[in-house]
Unconditional design. Sequence first.
Length: 117
Amino acid sequence: MYIQYTMDQLHLPMNLEDDIPPHHLVRVVNEAVNRLDDKIFSDACPGGGRDSYNPKLPTKVIIYAYTQRIYSSRQIAKAVRENVMFMWIAGRQRPDFRTINRFRSERMKDVLETIFN
């Protein structure tokens, strides 16, 4: 007897929470960014124009990526599509590499420097 194996019905669990150990580093990053004052983000991202990602999302993704020694925006974007920890911290949203790069180098550069200091 074999465990059922059907490639036609593959899907990720609806709740990625179950796949993240309780004290995993990704949870620490998530909690740390959630504790930051929202004013830091609202000053740097005044809004207007097209809806954009909540600035905490790319902040969390970038910080977690750095802890994993992933620095390329293309590799970060790939991780958000393929790695469960990144999927979880991004809330299953998928910013592309241009968005990540623009966020990191333009919109939130000073904020990220402040956070890392």
